[in-house]
Write a protein that binds this ligand. Structure first.
Ligand SMILES: Nc1ncnc2c1ncn2[C@@H]1O[C@H](COP(=O)(O)OP(=O)(O)O)[C@@H](O)[C@H]1O
Ligand SMILES: [Mg+2]
Length: 290
């Protein structure tokens, strides 16, 4: 079985997956997704550094790095082409597209009846300023394609909102505004592999951003059946083989979904729970696609 990992710099998660496959006697090779090369006509193939990928059974996507519009679209197109030719892509290109974009993710979740925070996403500065008022003048401005809490700001002052939104206008960014959900600096990350929640943790921080990458500490928890079902439904609506699901507690005592990560990290979760979702992903892939 030929298994590859499309990553960026051969980081910890790529090595973790390689070790997981090595336990089954499979040597999974890691390739930089930034070096995809497609040739058409004669020969017709897709390769990275001369290694042809078309005859791979499975390719696991571990990075969609930021870049120009052309770079990102080209990489996604190549993934679609490989999938069309029969290579299993994990997560699938469609699932990556749904999860990488916070607007698309939340609209699909909401359409499926799942709770999400009030949000306004617009291309127009004036509408964004109105959105600041509509959302109660305490908002989080998010990059549409952000991760690890980077680049998102909480704004509860109109002048600051004006300056922040004007800065986005200069870069021709989409204005992605969300009502701030008071959450006592903690939220839940659950990890789904193949239709099963394999581990979850409460993330607690000194700041409102509870990403482990931002310094939050994790604590193992067992999800109650309602939140477990919420995680599984979210992961399935987005068509993911595996996903990290972020759940915020709301003031009313309920919960809402803020993100489904289609290229989730698990290093923090592993150190907190002892469960290695990477190994479980390896097992899932071997069972499903072998
Ligand atoms: N609407 C919100 N209200 C309060 N806190 C939020 C809100 N959205 C995000 N956060 C905080 O910021 C963190 C990162 O947000 P998230 O949407 O998951 O983006 P990222 O992809 O950067 O992880 C969350 O885990 C949560 O702690
Ligand atoms: Mg998140």
């Amino acid at each position: 079985m030929k298994i590859g990992i499309l990553g960026q710099r051969g980081g910890w998660h790529e090595r973790s997956l390689q070790k997981g496959f090595a336990r089954h006697g499979i040597q999974a090779q890691s390739f930089p997704i930034t070096r995809l090369c497609a040739s058409q006509g004669k020969p017709s193939n897709i390769s990275v550094n001369q290694t042809i990928l078309n005859d791979y059974d499975v390719l696991i996507v571990r990075a969609i790095p930021g870049g120009s519009l052309e770079e990102i679209i080209f990489r996604m197109d190549v993934l679609h082409c490989l999938e069309n030719q029969g290579v299993r892509i994990v997560n699938s290109p469609a699932a990556i597209e749904r999860t990488v974009d916070k607007y698309y993710t939340l609209s699909l979740l909401e359409d499926a009846g799942l709770p999400v925070p009030a949000s306004i996403v617009t291309q127009n500065f004036d509408e964004a300023m109105e959105g600041f008022d509509t959302l109660g003048q305490d908002i989080v401005i998010k990059p549409l394609f952000g991760s690890e809490g980077r680049g998102m700001v909480r704004v509860s002052d109109k002048d600051t909102a004006y300056r922040a939104l004007r800065a986005l206008e200069l870069g021709r960014y989409i204005y992605c505004l969300q009502k701030f959900v008071p959450h006592r600096c903690e939220d839940i990350r659950s990890f789904v592999v193949g239709g099963r929640v394999v581990a979850s943790m409460l993330r607690q921080s000194d700041s409102w951003k509870t990403n482990i990458a931002q310094g939050a500490k994790g604590k193992e928890i067992e999800l109650d059946p309602g939140l477990e079902q919420m995680s599984l439904t979210a992961a399935s609506i987005l068509g993911t083989d595996y996903a990290g699901v972020d759940i915020l507690p709301t003031e009313e005592g309920g919960h809402c979904l803020i993100e489904v990560n289609g290229i989730p990290a698990w290093r923090g979760l592993l150190s907190v729970t002892g469960v290695n979702p990477g190994d479980l992903l390896v097992d899932y892939i071997l069972n499903k696609y072998l």
